[in-house]
Design a protein around this ligand. Structure first.
Ligand code: ZN
Length: 51
């Protein structure tokens, strides 16, 4: 059985794409939340511009 590997979009680490990996394509919860937080920060910046 072949296991697909992806690279974590946040830290670039190789991640095994399995059903157990809840945070794919991220390697861990930490990277998932860190990337999510980055997006939320950008959203806030956009809002400020419109005000
Ligand atoms: Zn990562």
């Amino acid at each position: 059985m072949r296991i697909k590997k992806v690279k974590c979009p946040y830290c670039g680490k190789e991640v095994l794409w399995t059903e157990e990996s809840k945070y794919k394509p991220f390697c861990s919860e930490r990277c998932y939340l860190a990337d999510l937080g980055r997006w939320l920060e950008w959203g806030e910046e956009d809002e400020k511009e419109y005000r």
